[in-house]
Ligand binder design. Structure first.
Ligand SMILES: Cc1ncc(COP(=O)(O)O)c(C=O)c1O
Length: 441
């Protein structure tokens, strides 16, 4: 590494800086710098990634506290287990039965040897859930997004996508080498301009990629206006409903149901890693589109199928969603209760789904604030720069149906205390840099 780079490595660095500087380093320098960086971060004990959970998932979880190395109970506000399905008795029982009937896994991809009666049953049930003709199950939601975009688009096509789209869509676009153009978050005016711009007049087709519920802000794509716009310009709408499925709509069928747009979305993608509490992804669309994906989506063709127990968990989860609407109702009440409480604290939020983005004020040391939540026994995710711009750092509150009033009150009390600490200057860091750690060469 050059002298110049060596001296600059004495200043505060972030993950982002490390990644950027890595371009000028050898492989050994890259991994060596990162090892020292991560060791310092762990030693600082302000390290709230990779927390080790030692209990079943739920509104409370036991963790190995990184600060003491001992087991401690936390109230969970950082899980996408919105309806409590990850530990629901009928979901766990269905998994046990599937292991007894089908064994642990299928040891192969679906086209060759990884397709069971259960897999087909789930594809049919998800098609009904999403009011689509057919469905394809992928190993993860990430694989579903990369698989569909690489299989369905060509470099001649134009893909317009919301700037806050998930990494899986963005990575898929890079792989697909499609002509991709982002538009400002939820800005239909800019989307319309892109679709009408002769400079972008694609020789091929136009696709539009949006999310039903955006994962960092918890706000919705205005599907009621987006669907007609896409129709008008003959653009194919791809909806990622990872955080909307099970949560949104009168029956939990997702964001399209919420907007009264069921049956009008060209391609819907979803995941089993949020509401369903397990792992996996799916794409629902016309039969012709699904047949095509089955033979051209490489992340489907060249990856092993999900274990039958996971498939059984999702089938059982779909039944719970239909049978226990009170879970969704309770989730909505909990979201409302938290929003009202935050408003009373002078922190207005306008949640539309089960995610509440609590922006931290400019100058708040978010890493130290995360430590205060940790001390109070609250498991909460801090979304730091460079994942978001410096002045958009936030805590991401994931609300669950299972949270009790006491859980919600404890969270609100802690938010009040942390924001009070900021007012009294205890949690200010002036620069609000992402971690302030240094690489010691
Ligand atoms: C909007 C969105 N799409 C796709 C994914 C990928 O899902 P999975 O965890 O199943 O890979 C996620 C997960 O974080 C997500 O939030």
């Amino acid at each position: 590494m050059s002298k110049k780079n060596r001296s600059s490595s004495k200043t505060a660095l972030s993950f982002h800086d490390l990644r950027t500087q890595a371009q000028q380093c050898t492989f050994r320098e890259r991994v060596g710098h990162f090892s020292r960086f991560i060791a310092q971060m762990q030693a600082s004990r302000e390290h709230y990634y990779l927390r080790e959970i030692v209990s079943p998932p739920g509104r409370v979880v036991d963790l190995i506290d990184p600060q003491t190395g001992r087991k401690r109970t936390f109230r969970m506000f950082g899980s996408n287990n919105y309806l409590g399905l990850a530990n629901h008795p009928s979901v766990c029982e269905a998994m046990r039965r599937a292991v007894a009937n089908y064994g642990a896994g299928v040891s192969g991809p679906p086209l060759l040897n990884g397709y069971t009666r259960l897999h087909r049953e789930l594809e049919e049930r998800l098609s009904a859930f999403k009011q689509a003709e057919d469905t394809l199950i992928f190993p993860t939601g990430y694989a579903a997004n990369t698989g569909l975009i690489t299989a369905l688009t060509t470099p001649r096509d134009l893909v317009c996508y919301d700037e806050l789209s998930h990494a899986s869509l963005c990575d898929g676009l890079k792989l697909a080498r499609a002509t991709a153009q982002s538009f400002r978050h939820n800005d239909l005016h800019q989307l319309r301009q892109l679709l009408e711009d002769p400079a972008h007049a694609a020789a091929g087709d136009r696709f539009v990629g949006v999310e039903g519920v955006y994962s960092m802000d918890g706000d919705l794509a205005p599907l009621d206006r987006m669907v007609p716009l896409c129709r008008k310009h003959r653009a194919i709408l791809i909806l990622d409903d990872a955080h909307g499925s099970g949560v949104m709509g009168a029956s939990g069928r997702g964001t399209a149901e919420h907007f009264g747009m069921e049956g009008q979305i060209d391609i819907t993608m979803g995941t089993f890693s949020k509401t369903f509490g397990v792992v996996g992804g799916f794409v629902s669309a016309d039969k012709a589109v699904i047949d095509y994906l089955r033979y051209f989506a490489r992340s489907y063709m060249f990856s092993a199928s999900l274990p039958p127990a996971v498939i059984a968990a999702v089938l059982a989860g779909l039944e719970v969603i239909a049978r226990e609407p009170e879970r969704r109702e309770q989730l909505q009440r909990n979201v409302r209760y938290l929003a009202d409480g935050l408003e009373r604290l002078g922190l207005p939020v306008h949640p539309e789904a089960a995610i509440i983005a609590l922006r931290v004020p400019r100058g708040m040391n978010i890493r130290a604030a995360a430590g205060r939540f940790h001390q109070a026994g609250i498991f909460l995710n801090a979304i730091e720069y460079p994942a978001v711009p410096l002045d958009e750092q936030r805590f991401r509150i994931s609300v669950m149906a299972d949270h009790t009033r006491e859980d919600l009150d404890r969270l609100l009390e802690t938010v009040g205390r942390v924001w009070g600490n900021f007012e009294s200057r205890e949690l200010r860091n002036g620069t609000n840099s992402d971690c302030g750690l240094r690489i010691a060469d």
